[in-house]
Ligand binder design. Sequence first.
Ligand code: NAP
Length: 222
Amino acid sequence: MKSVIITGGGSGLGAALAEEYAKKYKVILIGRTLMKLTMVKDVLVQRGQHADCYACDVTSMEEVKHVFGQLFQQEDIHMLINNAGSGIFGPLEKFTEEEVNLLLDINVKGPLFTTMTALPYLKEKAEGQIMNIISTAGLRGKINESVYCASKFAVRGFTESLVKELDGTGISVTAVYMGGMDTPFWEDSDHVKDKSRFKTPEQVAVQIAAEDTGKAEIFIDR
Ligand SMILES: NC(=O)c1ccc[n+]([C@@H]2O[C@H](COP(=O)([O-])OP(=O)(O)OC[C@H]3O[C@@H](n4cnc5c(N)ncnc54)[C@H](OP(=O)(O)O)[C@@H]3O)[C@@H](O)[C@H]2O)c1
């Protein structure tokens, strides 16, 4: 059975995407907290769907190489969904060096490391798909989101380049842009005062799966 790796699969959009993609694939959930991943996996398995999970910090190339190396040996991996991400918001001068590094590590280096590791395997099979979950913060700048936008613009540039670089290889690359979703992403932040108009991650996941034809861009919001 073909498998899909979903990073950040233990909560929010990643968990909702697992629900959608488990209808067609075995889903392999990746994240740092095994307990959250296991809870999502167990629900799918109890329903008779195929799922597995692995603890892996995608900011560590060593961990990514170890876990992905194992996965690509054991599974028929068709798709990688780079969904893991984090947000810190506020005026730029209030950021610490650690906060800048944290956002760039998880939001930019995370998808780079996983994709760099997955590509040789996908290229050997000459088929597959990379999907990068970006944000409308990758389409335009926003007040108090300078570092987050910088990270998401970076992933957009990365994704658009890969679309061209992998043209003709059998591997499709998809960028997904969405606005606010009511997920644990906002738990430690007062950046958004009113989340009542946010979409649910489930709504967004349904729309992504419905529009996922391997095309280069999916716009949930602009
Ligand atoms: N929520 C929004 O309004 C919104 C809007 C547009 C785009 N997005 C994007 O959507 C994606 C999913 O976010 P979400 O809203 O679903 O938030 P979320 O519930 O906080 O999900 C993020 C997931 O990423 C995992 N993660 C964080 N750092 C990681 C690391 N170093 N290695 C592996 N996994 C890691 C987290 O699990 P662990 O902490 O256990 O590792 C968590 O399960 C993100 O890329 C975010 O930027 C969110």
